[in-house]
Design a protein around this ligand. Structure first.
Ligand SMILES: [Zn+2]
Length: 481
C-alpha cells in the first residue's frame, strides 16, 4: 500500500501588526479529526495509507515568533523524521501567507525541510489560500500547488479535494509534475478582488482555460496578501503540470496582461467611505434596518490588532446610539473588569492595548452588561460594556466576530441594535446578508486599504501602486519561473 504523509500549517500573517503571533494562537488538528478532513479522506478512501502529523491553524495575526514556529515545525515533521518505511507522496494543507520572524515564508521553509526527507522523486501536493504570497522556492519544492478560486472563500473543501486528487493522479501515472509561477508587479487589498462579480470574477473565470493547454494539470490565481512586507508579495498565476507548459504560461501571461491593463478597475464593490463620511452614512440610515460598518484598517480577519477604539471615539463624539461594537480586543480592560460584577458602573479606558498608533478612549460611568470570564482554552474571555447608548464587546484575545452565534455566546444578538461595527474588511456572508445598509471605512492602521500608505521596506520594487507607474518597466512587466 502506498504511503502518504499529511501535515499543514495555516495562518495569514500581517507583518505590520506589532503584536507577534505565538504557538498558543494555533489550534492543532490531528488523529481522527485530521483524517476526516475532506482532502485527507479522499486519499484514505482511494486506498492509500495516510500517516498524518498535525494541521496547525490560527486566526490571522502578526508575524509568527521564530521559536514558536520551530516548535510547530518539530511537531509537524516528527512522524516523518521517525519514519523508517519511506513515503510515496506528501499532502500539505497550507495558507501561503505565513510570515515568520527572521525567515519569512513559513510554508517555504517547512516544504523545503519535507523535501529533504522524502527526496526529489516523491510528489508533493499543496492546497493554498487565494491570498498566498508564493515564493519560487516553494514552487520548486511542491510538484502541485492549487489555490482557492473564491473570495470570500467558499471553495475550501473543493480545493483540498482537488489538490488530493492531483496527488493521486501523480502517483497513479507515476510522474512528477512541476510548478511554475508568473508574477505581476501589483499589490491590492483582497477587498478589491471578490469573485462573485466584477473584474475578480472575470479573471477567475479565465483561469481554468490555462488547463486546456498541453501538460497543464491545474492553474490558480493568487491575489497575494498585501499586508506582509516581503519580496514575494503580490498577484501571481501559478500553474502545475508536466513538461515545460509553455503554452499554459503564455495563456497565463495573457490573463496577467488583462489584469495589468485593468489595474485601476479593481475596486471594492461595496460601499467604502472615509470615516467621517461613514458617520454621516450612519446618521442618514439610522433606524432603517441593520447598518453594518467595518473598520477596515483594524480588520482581525486580515491580521489586524483589533485594538483600535478610533471608530468608537467617532461614534461617541457624534452621539450615535443603539450601536454594538463587536469587537474591540483589549486584555487589559477585560482583566480590570475581573473584580467587578454585572451591573457595576466603572470608569475605564478602552483601546491601544497592543498598537501605540491605535486610539484609546476613556469611559466615565460605563455599566458592565455581561461578563464571560470562565471559559475553555480556545475561547476568549469577554466583557460587554454599555455607555451612552453604545454597547462594546471586549475580548481578551484577538477573535473576529462574523456570526450571530458568536454574539449569542456573549449574551448578545444583532436584533437589539441599529448599528454593528465590526473589525473586518469585506463582510463575511452572514452579516452581509443581514445588513440593510453597509459601509467599509477607510480607517488607518496595519490593514490599511490604501496600500501606498504602508511602510514597505522588503517588498520587491518597482511595485504598483506603491511606486509611480513611470518607474515600472512595461517591456518586462512579468516575472516567470
Ligand atoms: Zn484568504
Amino acid at each position: 500500500m502506498k504511503r502518504i504523509f499529511v501535515t499543514g500549517i495555516h495562518q495569514e500573517s500581517n507583518s505590520f501588526n506589532s503584536l507577534k503571533s505565538t504557538y498558543e494562537d494555533f489550534i492543532i488538528t490531528k488523529g481522527g479529526a485530521l483524517r476526516q478532513m475532506p482532502g485527507v479522506k479522499v486519499l484514505i478512501d482511494a486506498g492509500y495509507e495516510v500517516v498524518e502529523s498535525i494541521w496547525a491553524r490560527a486566526v490571522p495575526g502578526g508575524t509568527l515568533k521564530f521559536d514558536d514556529y520551530m516548535r510547530l515545525v518539530d511537531e509537524m515533521l516528527e512522524p516523518l523524521i521517525n519514519d523508517t518505511k519511506g513515503f510515496d507522496g506528501v499532502f500539505l494543507l497550507l495558507h501561503g501567507a505565513l510570515d515568520v520572524e527572521y525567515i519569512g515564508s513559513g510554508e517555504t521553509y517547512v516544504a523545503a525541510r519535507i523535501r529533504e526527507y522524502v527526496g526529489p522523486n516523491i510528489p508533493i501536493s499543496a492546497a493554498l489560500d487565494m491570498h498566498a504570497n508564493n515564493m519560487y522556492t516553494l514552487a520548486k519544492a511542491c510538484n502541485i500547488m492549487y489555490g482557492y478560486r473564491t473570495a470570500p472563500h467558499i471553495d475550501v473543501v473543493e480545493t483540498h479535494i482537488r489538490a488530493a486528487e492531483l496527488l493521486i493522479r501523480a502517483l497513479k501515472e507515476n510522474v512528477l509534475p512541476q510548478t511554475r509561477i508568473l508574477r505581476i508587479p501589483y499589490i491590492m487589498p483582497g477587498e478589491n478582488f471578490m469573485t462573485a462579480s466584477g473584474l475578480g470574477k472575470v479573471v477567475i473565470d479565465m483561469i481554468p482555460t490555462i488547463e486546456e493547454e498541453v501538460g497543464v494539470w491545474c492553474s490558480s490565481y493568487f491575489v497575494g496578501m498585501t499586508w506582509i512586507d516581503c519580496p514575494q508579495n503580490g498577484a501571481a498565476i501559478v500553474v502545475s503540470g508536466l513538461g515545460d507548459m509553455d503554452a499554459g504560461m503564455d495563456k497565463a501571461e495573457e490573463i496577467a496582461q488583462f489584469v495589468w491593463d485593468n489595474r485601476e478597475g479593481f475596486k471594492y464593490q461595496g460601499n467604502a467611505v472615509e470615516p467621517l463620511e461613514g458617520i454621516d452614512f450612519v446618521k442618514k440610515h439610522h433606524g432603517d434596518g441593520l447598518i453594518v460598518i467595518s473598520d477596515s484598517a483594524d480588520n482581525i480577519t486580515a491580521g489586524g490588532a483589533g485594538d483600535n477604539a478610533y471608530v468608537l471615539d467617532l461614534f461617541l463624539k457624534n452621539e450615535i446610539k443603539n450601536a454594538l461594537f463587536c469587537c474591540i480586543v483589549d486584555p487589559i480592560t477585560v482583566k480590570k473588569c475581573e473584580t467587578h460584577q454585572v451591573g457595576d458602573v466603572i470608569n475605564i479606558e478602552i483601546g491601544a492595548a497592543f498598537d501605540a498608533n491605535s486610539t484609546k478612549v476613556t469611559l466615565t460611568g460605563a455599566t458592565i452588561k455581561a461578563l464571560t470570564l470562565d471559559v475553555t482554552v480556545d475561547k476568549s474571555r469577554s466583557v460587554v460594556l454599555s455607555y451612552k447608548g453604545i454597547d462594546i464587546l471586549l475580548f481578551d484575545k484577538r477573535k473576529p466576530v462574523f456570526s450571530e452565534e458568536t454574539l449569542n455566546e456573549n449574551g448578545l444578538t444583532r436584533h437589539d441594535y441599529n448599528v454593528l461595527v465590526v473589525k473586518q474588511g469585506y463582510l463575511e456572508p452572514e452579516f452581509n446578508e443581514a445588513a440593510n445598509h453597509q459601509a467599509m471605512l477607510y480607517t488607518t492602521g496595519n490593514v490599511d486599504q490604501r496600500v501606498e500608505r504602508l511602510p514597505f521596506k522588503k517588498l520587491r520594487r518597482p511595485m504598483y501602486p506603491v511606486d509611480d507607474i513611470a518607474k515600472i518597466p512595461l517591456d518586462r512587466l512579468f516575472e516567470k519561473s
